[in-house]
Design a protein. Structure first.
Length: 142
């Protein structure tokens, strides 16, 4: 009996035990994607000798990333803390913070959300003495 694989259906088991390397899991809501991904990571660590710091898990939401972290803590134990589990945005920001100088980003650069960037456009129009012919929202959209 293999506690890691026994609770998976055949399709999930095939995905978990697929040859090591990049793997895309594409399935509908409630089909067990998070289960497959977390079990795959645990399988790679346990059965393939992968080191936690060599695995990157990427998802769309903070909620899903946290769910993966919690499940892996149960499946893997203390070693799961070294895993790289992020949202697409968080991973991008992390890589830019680490390697931004290579693309000309200054240390301590900022990432603006929509509200911040609209406020910056308003300030730019005001500072430039805009006459109202280019509203800040239009500049922002451009």
């Amino acid at each position: 009996m293999d506690a890691l694989l026994d609770r998976l259906n055949p399709e999930q088991r095939n995905a978990v035990t697929a040859a090591p390397g990049p793997l895309l899991i594409l399935a509908g809501a409630g089909s067990g994607k998070t289960r497959v991904l977390t079990h795959r990571v645990a399988w790679l660590l346990r059965d393939r000798g992968a080191r936690p710091e060599t695995i990157v898990g990427v998802t769309f939401t903070n909620k899903a990333a946290e769910e993966m972290r919690q499940r892996l803590a149960v499946l893997v134990g203390p070693g799961s803390g070294a895993l790289n589990l992020h949202t697409f945005h968080a991973l991008g920001a992390r890589l830019l913070r680490r390697h931004g100088a290579a693309v000309g980003l200054p240390p301590g650069f900022g990432i603006l959300d929509d509200d911040d960037s609209l406020a910056l456009c308003r300030e730019a129009v005001r500072t430039a003495g805009g006459d109202g012919s280019l509203p800040a929202a239009e500049l922002h959209a451009f």
